[in-house]
Design a protein around this ligand. Structure first.
Ligand SMILES: [Zn+2]
Ligand SMILES: [Zn+2]
Length: 241
């Protein structure tokens, strides 16, 4: 686990044949009010918890898990992580929280073939992602947590309830799987995806001032060029209708 800046820690995903999402721990450690953003793939819970402990962060100071979205590579190890931090609430955008609470796992797996493959590979039982969500996010919230303010921005397209977290003071953006380094964007062919919505979400993010981009996979980017998101949106625009 690496420190990105004050109050932001990064745990690199450990990809297998299925990717494992990065984890970000946000909040000033002295606040005793930390949040985890995404947890990662099934089987990666101990690795993530171990990485947090190695940074000297107390597990009792972690108060919530905020999901950028609920694909398996982001939420798969939730139950493993929750064993170590049972006090942590689960915060999810309402459009993906409702299916979780109803036991509808289509958004977790994204496609039927993938569901049966993963259930076999990892021994995941049907209904494993029927979860209680303590806080349903709408987008537009200013979360004052851990001594920092994070704006919640609803950015559907890769998934229906995808959110970005944006720290205006530090110009830091956590966009989940909507935009990555190297002008890459998230796929838009899974259940709940929508190319046109993704285009609008990218244009929305393009209006933000961002210095540090902390995506769900691949490299993180410091000193992001000011027109990076706009360029990415324009480059992909013709493919997103
Ligand atoms: Zn995803
Ligand atoms: Zn992902």
């Amino acid at each position: 686990m690496a420190k990105i800046s004050d109050g932001i820690y990064f745990i690199q995903g450990q990809d297998e044949f299925i990717p494992d999402s990065h984890v970000y721990v946000i909040g000033e450690p002295s606040s005793d009010d930390l949040s985890i953003v995404d947890v990662g793939l099934t089987g990666k819970g101990n690795y993530k918890i171990q990485s947090i402990l190695e940074m000297g962060i107390k597990l009792t100071s972690i108060k919530r898990i905020i999901m950028t979205h609920t694909h398996l590579d982001h939420i798969g190890c939730l139950s493993e992580v929750k064993k170590h931090i049972p006090q942590a609430e689960l915060w999810v955008h309402t459009l993906e929280a409702a299916p979780l609470e109803q036991g509808d796992e289509r958004a977790v797996y994204g496609m039927k073939e993938f569901q049966s493959m993963c259930q076999m590979q990892y021994g995941i039982k049907p209904g494993a992602f029927a979860l209680k969500v303590e806080k349903k996010l709408e987008g537009g919230e200013n979360l004052d947590i851990g001594g920092m303010v994070w704006e919640v921005i609803h950015i559907p397209g890769h998934s229906m309830g995808g959110i970005a977290l944006y720290n205006r003071a530090g110009k830091i953006l956590i966009p989940g799987d909507v935009i990555y380094a190297d002008y890459a964007i998230g796929r838009f062919d899974l259940f709940g995806a929508d190319a046109n919505e993704l285009k609008k979400s990218l244009m929305r993010l393009a209006r933000l001032e961002v210095d540090i981009l902390l995506p769900g996979h691949n490299q993180i980017v410091r000193e992001l060029p000011s027109d990076y998101i706009k360029k990415t949106a324009e480059m992909w625009g013709p493919h997103l209708q």
